[in-house]
Design a protein around this ligand. Structure first.
Ligand code: HEC
Ligand code: HEC
Length: 205
C-alpha cells in the first residue's frame, strides 16, 4: 500500500513538473471563447459547461490548465477521441487557454442521486480507498471535495456515466494521455466501487 502510494504520488508530481508552463504566455480572450462555445461546444457541453445530457462531460469549474491541456492533446492525437478531434482541429493555443478560463468561471452544483446506499459506498471509497485491495483514496489526489488542482482534474459534479467511462478507459489504457497513475487506480476498482464512487462524485458541488 505504502509503496503503491509513493509510486502514484511520484507519477503525479512528475506530471506537475512538465505540464504547466506551455500555455501561460498568451492573454485570455473570453469573448472569443464565448463565440466558440456558442458556435459549437454548447451543443454537447452546454453554454454553462453543464452538459445537460449525461453522455457528455461537464466542464464547468474545471481548472483551465487541465481543459487547455486536454484540448491540445485531442488536437495532437495524444488523447484519442473521434468526437473531439474535429472540434479542436482549428483551435489555437490561445483559444484553448481562453476556453479553459471560460469553463473554469462557470459554476454548476452537484446533483441528487437517489440511491443513498450506493452513494454511501462511493463516499467511503472516495475518502478512504480500499485498504484490503490497496486502492488509494480519490481524495488523496483529487482533494476532499473533488475540486482537484491545476494538474489533477476536478471531479466534483461530473456525470456518473462519464466518470465510469473514463475509469474503464484508463483501465484498458484506451484513455491514451497520461494514463499511468489512473491506470493503477482503475485496475484496483471493482465494478461496484466504480459505480458507487461515480455516483458519489456526481453529488459533490
Ligand atoms: C458532438 C459533441 C461534442 C462537441 C460539439 C464538443 N465536445 Fe467536447 N467532448 C465530447 C465527448 C463525447 C467527450 C469525451 C471524449 C472522450 O473521452 O472520448 C468530450 C470531452 C471534452 C473535454 C475533456 C473533458 C475532461 O474532463 O477530460 C473537453 C475539455 C472538451 N470536450 C471541450 C470541448 C470544447 C471546448 C468544445 C468546442 C470547441 C467541445 N468540447 C465540443 C463531445 C463534444
Ligand atoms: C495518485 C493520484 C490519484 C489518485 C489516488 C486518483 N487519481 Fe484520478 N487522476 C489522477 C491524475 C493525475 C489524473 C489526470 C490524468 C490526465 O492528465 O490525463 C486523473 C484523472 C481522473 C479522471 C479523469 C477526469 C476527466 O475529467 O476526464 C477521473 C474520472 C478520475 N481521475 C477518477 C478518480 C477516482 C474515482 C479515484 C479514486 C478511486 C482517483 N481518480 C484517484 C490522479 C489520481
Amino acid at each position: 500500500m505504502g509503496e503503491i502510494m509513493n509510486k502514484l504520488y511520484a507519477g503525479a508530481a512528475l506530471m506537475t513538473a512538465f505540464v504547466l508552463p506551455a500555455y501561460s504566455a498568451d492573454k485570455v480572450d473570453l469573448a472569443r471563447a464565448e463565440e466558440i462555445v456558442s458556435g459549437r461546444c454548447f451543443l454537447c457541453h452546454g453554454l454553462e459547461g453543464e452538459a445537460a445530457s449525461a453522455v457528455f462531460p461537464r466542464l464547468a469549474g474545471q481548472h483551465w490548465e487541465y481543459t487547455a491541456k486536454q484540448l491540445a492533446e485531442f488536437k495532437s492525437g495524444k488523447r484519442k477521441s473521434e468526437t473531439m478531434l474535429p472540434q479542436v482541429e482549428e483551435l489555437t493555443p490561445a483559444e484553448m487557454k481562453a476556453l479553459g478560463h471560460y469553463f473554469e468561471n462557470k459554476q454548476v452544483p452537484g446533483r441528487e442521486i437517489k440511491d443513498a446506499e450506493l452513494v454511501a459506498v462511493g463516499k467511503f471509497v472516495f475518502h478512504r480507498g480500499n485498504q484490503f485491495t490497496g486502492l488509494p483514496s480519490c481524495a488523496s489526489c483529487h482533494g476532499v471535495k473533488g475540486h482537484g488542482t491545476p494538474q489533477l482534474p476536478r471531479l466534483a459534479g461530473q456525470h456518473p456515466r462519464y466518470t465510469e467511462d473514463q475509469i474503464k478507459q484508463f483501465n484498458k489504457r484506451e484513455r491514451t494521455n497520461d494514463n499511468a497513475v489512473m491506470h493503477t487506480v482503475a485496475s484496483k476498482l471493482s465494478e461496484l466501487e466504480t459505480h458507487a464512487v461515480a455516483a458519489y462524485i456526481a453529488t459533490l458541488d
